[in-house]
Design a protein around this ligand. Structure first.
Ligand SMILES: [Zn+2]
Ligand SMILES: [Zn+2]
Length: 147
């Protein structure tokens, strides 16, 4: 048998089925490798283009999200859902860990402590007639104690 592409002695009989069409080819080593390579290369190349989804609301690309881990808007979740579902165990583990740490590490007492300190600082700043400093401290107090 001769290679159907270059006429060299064929070493491989290849059956390829693409979209239901079966092609049978006798190929030499060289041509077989080349075909495999181009087939592989084509699929690899077409993948990112196919899979890169863009959020219709904020135009965040899925590839961007995969790089940064940040969603552009709540709509992104729907747009990238398939991918996110695959990633979710990882991301969820991370966020819940951080959230728990954040909330747990800030008990009521330390907040009250900070407020006390800030109030003392505010008092000092006012006594020193440093009103710029005082207003900064006042902002901090408002953030901590929105009452
Ligand atoms: Zn050949
Ligand atoms: Zn979005």
């Amino acid at each position: 048998m001769k290679c159907m592409k270059c006429g060299m002695p064929a070493t491989t009989f290849v059956t390829t089925t693409i979209n239901g069409n079966t092609t049978q080819q006798y190929l030499c080593d060289e041509c077989y490798r080349e075909q495999q390579h181009s087939f592989y290369f084509k699929t690899r190349q077409s993948q990112p283009a196919q899979k890169d989804i863009v959020c219709p609301k904020c135009n965040t690309k899925q590839s961007q999200f995969l790089k940064t881990g940040f969603l552009g808007c709540p709509h992104c979740y729907k747009a990238f859902q398939g991918t996110i579902d695959k990633l979710l165990p990882k991301i969820q583990g991370k966020t819940t860990h951080v959230a728990r740490q954040h909330m747990g590490a800030e008990p009521q007492e330390s907040r009250a402590e900070t407020l006390k300190k800030l109030n003392a600082q505010l008092y000092k700043a006012k006594m020193a007639m440093n009103y710029e400093e005082a207003s900064k401290i006042f902002e901090k107090i408002k953030e901590l104690d929105p009452k």
